[in-house]
Design a protein around this ligand. Structure first.
Ligand code: SF4
Length: 485
């Protein structure tokens, strides 16, 4: 039995904090999710009263630990993300200060405060801090070993919508998902509609492909690269023989990103030669490097910008023969020819794979950068998962806008068909979260469309109703939305 009066030592509050600090962050995440504090009012480090209206959605993927929390600092209501650390300094150790995904953090919950720099929010002010160790509930220790289980439970709570799903009308959820997916595609298409004209269509398509290939960490810098070296500048280079074109285009892109400076530390013979050739060519261009800051933090080595750029070069070399737009249209015509085939799904996927193939001789199939050791085995430069994202975020929305401008309903229909047959990208925390609630999906075929629908529902409902289901309209819609949307 714990002596109740001990305020210090292993059995008192200090002991509880010490025990907490030997654990993983999941323990403190569980305390935050369940709001397991002493029953007195919480205070921020600066003495401001903190009220937690909704702790936020648990995020086990990259980014803050809880998203869309709703809090009150004194009388001021605040919505945003919450990041949890045992030690405040982990904010910097984990590189969050350089990661834009953490720009929406409105509260830093820490077991103990550090005594150095405070993390700053996007307004340049110190992020409000809760020193959770001060508010831990006595008697909490037995629950420490249960934290993973508690978080699983918190994550899988069905929400008000999930509780109503079993009573949904026949076809309602499917209809909802289709409408949501189409809305998402159209929202993206709108961004292309604005400003799309005869003279800039190809460039817009080029930028869409380039940016989508950049994945989240590199998307902005890839877009800048696409603008610094626009298609009109690159087109004559793609008319050169393969090797010369590769040297010219890669030297511009890699030089622009600053990847050709100094000496390659770990590159082996052929890669070292590649570096020297590209470096020399970059020097001949006499171009200034791209003036946009970027770093490779947060990306997996095989998703390195070098591999993406090389993969993009091979794709473009294939597509530039008759012009990018015409070649994509030729792809859609081919798809249209096989649309009634039984195996349309498989055919569409393999036709798409063909557009992003890399020749066997490409040395970057075994390498990730000039400074990392080579891979043990060759890997695709642009895999199926990335291709699907590129279609969902770039190519399909672009051509939806194009079809609408050209009044081409057949192309529009074909694009929607593609949406249905393309596989979904890897699940992420948002789609997993929604699947937990709209559980019927495990019985439905998953497709790019169903996944995009889930993301839209998350954005429209879970992202907008930050009280954590309380004010959400979706549960009511489940009763009123007509079957088959
Ligand atoms: S906010 Fe709405 S859609 Fe999201 S889990 Fe709650 S009830 Fe469901």
């Amino acid at each position: 039995m714990e002596p109740k009066s001990a305020e210090n030592g292993w059995t008192g509050k200090n002991g509880l904090i010490r025990d907490l600090l030997t654990r993983r962050e999941t323990v403190l995440q569980a305390c935050w999710a369940i709001q397991w504090w002493e029953e007195k009012s919480l205070l921020l480090s600066d003495g401001t009263p903190l009220t937690v209206i909704f702790p936020g959605w648990l995020n086990r993927g990259p980014g803050p630990d809880f998203t869309n929390a709703r809090l009150k600092f004194g009388d001021r209501e605040v919505a945003g993300d919450v990041e949890i650390h045992l030690d405040e300094r982990d904010w910097f150790h984990h590189g969050h200060h350089q990661d834009p995904d953490y720009g929406g953090v409105v509260l830093h919950v820490v077991a103990i405060a550090g005594n150095g720099h405070r993390p700053l929010g996007k307004d340049g002010q110190a992020i409000p801090r809760l020193e959770a160790g001060l508010w831990l509930k006595q008697g909490l220790r037995p629950a420490f070993s249960e934290s993973d289980h508690l978080l699983d439970q918190y994550e899988s709570l069905p929400g008000r919508c999930g509780l109503r799903v079993p009573f949904a009308r026949e076809g309602f959820l499917k209809g909802l998902l289709v409408s949501a997916a189409e809305k998402r595609a159209w929202d993206k298409a709108q961004t292309f509609m604005t400003g799309m004209g005869d003279d800039n269509r190809e460039q817009l398509l080029f930028e869409a492909v380039f940016q989508s290939l950049g994945y989240k960490p590199f998307a902005p810098v890839f877009l800048s690269l696409a603008r610094q070296f626009p298609l009109v500048r690159l087109s004559p280079l793609f008319e050169l023989p393969y090797g010369k074109a590769r040297e010219a285009v890669l030297s511009l892109w890699m030089g622009g990103l600053g990847l050709l400076e100094g000496e390659p530390q770990k590159a082996d013979g052929p890669l070292r030669d590649e570096f020297r050739v590209l470096q020399k060519k970059w020097g001949q261009w006499r171009e200034p490097p791209l003036g946009v800051p970027w770093d490779r933090q947060g990306s997996r080595p095989w998703n390195s910008p070098e591999r993406r750029l090389v993969g993009l070069f091979h794709h473009l070399y294939r597509m530039m023969e008759n012009g990018l737009l015409k070649q994509w249209m030729a792809f859609f015509v081919k798809l249209d020819e096989v649309r009634h085939e039984k195996n349309f799904k498989g055919m569409a996927a393999s036709l798409l794979d063909g557009l992003f193939e890399t020749p066997d001789w490409e040395i970057w199939r075994w390498n990730v950068s000039f400074v990392h050791p080579p891979l043990r085995q060759a890997a695709r430069m642009i895999g199926r998962d990335r291709t699907v994202i590129l279609m969902a975020n770039g190519v399909i929305p672009f051509f939806l806008a194009y079809a609408r401008q050209k009044k081409d309903p057949d192309l529009e229909k074909l694009l929607y068909r593609l949406y249905v047959v393309l596989p979904p990208e890897e699940p992420n925390h948002k789609t997993r979260f929604m699947e937990n609630r709209l559980a019927f999906l495990s019985r439905e075929g998953r497709s790019l469309r169903s996944q995009q629908g889930l993301l839209q529902i998350y954005q429209d409902f879970c992202g907008n109703f930050e009280t954590g289901c309380q004010d959400c309209e979706l549960p009511n819609l489940i009763y009123t939305f007509p079957a088959n949307g």
